[in-house]
Design a protein around this ligand. Structure first.
Ligand SMILES: Nc1ncnc2c1ncn2[C@@H]1O[C@H](COP(=O)(O)OP(=O)(O)OP(=O)(O)O)[C@@H](O)[C@H]1O
Ligand SMILES: [Mg+2]
Length: 240
């Protein structure tokens, strides 16, 4: 299988403090990879470096062979990044927002098809024509997921994509993620929901204070730590 994403000894310093201390991992094409770790562990920093929004201090990251440092444009063309605190333009309707985004990727009929795909993914019914500033958190997240998925990225990067969502919204967003992975899209995501990561992710990386301290499938990690749940793996791993 193709290597979709390769991190080699990636480090990030903010001034004198190093937030990420040399993370190496590989994600295969079509895999759903979950990053878990305490608040401040370095998940968002890592995802932002993969997204080219934050420069790496040392090491290397390549996305389908495109290096984030020397070919950031090539990386940006094949990824989508959904930040943990993402918002949309509040004055636009959901439909107008998707159309606005689609303009960056396509013209004419292709753009129309992309917007239709986004509208179907968001599944907001008639509220797609309401202004974004009237959306609930779950509606907003559905719109943003649609935005991230509709251009058919090769790598989708999603930071805490289901946090704060109700059961049905979280379930449906996980279904969307499973669906795109089945179509060959590679996903790297972070989550604090161990149940979600266990069910959804093919492989998991545990980050603790900027170090990758565990890596494997949920079942491998459970066997390694001799426990039944990913939550217990996490607690044992971070308590050393
Ligand atoms: N712009 C910045 N300047 C200085 N320090 C930063 C900056 N951004 C993040 N940090 C620090 O880097 C570390 C990692 O933060 P990061 O946001 O990557 O954590 P996280 O794992 O995403 O946490 P959370 O689960 O709370 O979202 C933290 O100590 C944080 O304070
Ligand atoms: Mg974060």
């Amino acid at each position: 299988m193709t290597d979709a994403l390769v991190l080699k000894d990636v480090r990030k310093s903010y001034g004198n403090t190093e937030a990420v201390h040399g993370i190496s991992l590989t994600v295969k094409e079509g895999e759903i990879f979950g990053l878990i770790g305490h608040n401040g562990a370095g998940k968002t920093t890592t995802l932002r470096m993969i997204s080219t929004l934050l420069r790496i201090t040392s090491g290397s990251i390549s996305v389908y062979g495109h290096d984030v440092e020397t070919d950031s444009k090539g990386v940006r063309e094949i990824i989508s990044y959904l930040p943990e605190d993402a918002g949309a333009y509040k004055d636009l309707t959901g439909r107008a927002y998707l159309d606005f985004i689609a303009r960056f990727f396509a013209d004419g009929d292709e753009r129309k098809r992309m917007v239709e795909k986004g509208i179907a993914l968001a599944d907001l019914g008639e509220r797609i024509d309401s202004k974004v500033d009237t959306y609930s958190k779950g509606m907003m997240r559905r719109l943003l997921i649609a935005r991230a998925v509709m251009p058919s990225p090769k790598l989708a990067i999603m930071d805490e994509v289901t946090s704060g969502l109700d059961v049905v919204n979280a379930y449906e967003i996980r279904e969307i993620i499973r669906g795109i992975a089945r179509d060959g899209v590679t996903v790297i995501m972070s989550s604090h929901n161990m149940f979600e990561v266990d069910m959804l992710c093919d492989r998991v990386g545990i980050i603790n204070h900027g170090d990758l301290i565990g890596l494997g499938t949920p079942d491998e990690l459970k066997r390694e730590y001799g426990v039944d749940t990913l939550e217990e793996v996490f607690v044992k791993a971070v308590k050393g």
